[in-house]
Design a binder for this molecule. Structure first.
Ligand SMILES: C[C@@H](N)C(=O)N[C@H](C)C(=O)O
Ligand SMILES: [Zn+2]
Length: 203
């Protein structure tokens, strides 16, 4: 599996930064609550509010970009460092469904498990999530960035939904993140092949 570190050993490790030390973001880790597709808190008692320092620096660039364009708007982190053991639980929860395509197969590894991916959205000046056309982890075609044109034509998304997603992508892409075709909320920091080859997986 390459280099590994246990999540219990992440605090105090020089390669990781706590989300609490990143100014200008909101944090609502949905897998640390029952508000996720498994329906229970998968993180407690672990503190999973961490990122690899490279992803943390990129997130700070996204924060600065958004603050300049839309003062009052704020990035809300929905998931960050997801230990391998939790990725395995998510994978198990979707067995027997046709939804496994929405998850990284645990053997290959989720980029979240390297602290190098974020699930993220935007809050408006009143602290409300911008309407992206679906919620987080809506595992349907309406969440697919690659199908936005088609969804718009079918009346499944509006131009306002797409504009909100484009704002999120604008902030994240210029900071060095890369999106995926099926989830508007998910961004990998840099090249995912390189991450799997050269970063440490958090167990
Ligand atoms: C399940 C979803 N929130 C997610 O993060 N999916 C990506 C592809 C992953 O499992 O790494
Ligand atoms: Zn994700």
């Amino acid at each position: 599996m390459g280099n590994t570190v246990r999540i219990e050993d992440v605090p105090g490790h020089a390669d990781y930064r706590h989300l609490g030390g990143i100014a200008g973001i909101g944090v609502d880790l949905r897998y640390a609550t029952p508000d996720n597709f498994v329906g229970r808190d998968l993180y407690s008692p672990l503190d999973c509010a961490w990122l690899h320092r490279d992803a943390a620096a990129a997130l700070e660039r996204a924060v600065a970009w958004l603050a300049e364009r839309n003062p009052g708007y704020k990035l809300l982190v929905l998931d960050a460092l997801r230990p391998q053991r939790v990725q395995e639980q998510l994978w198990a929860a979707l067995q027997g469904t046709d939804l496994l395509g929405y998850l990284a197969e645990p053997g290959r590894g989720s980029i979240h498990s390297f602290g190098m991916a974020l699930d993220i959205t935007i809050l408006d000046a009143d602290g409300r999530e911008l309407d992206m056309g679906t919620g987080f982890d809506d595992l349907t075609e309406r969440s697919h960035p690659a199908l936005e044109g088609e969804m718009l034509a079918r009346g499944e998304l509006t131009t306002a939904h797409i504009a909100n997603r484009q704002l999120l992508r604008g902030a994240m892409f210029q900071a060095g993140f890369v999106g995926i075709n099926s989830e508007w909320w998910h961004f990998d920091c840099g090249d995912r092949v390189l991450v799997r080859q050269s970063y440490t997986r958090v167990l």
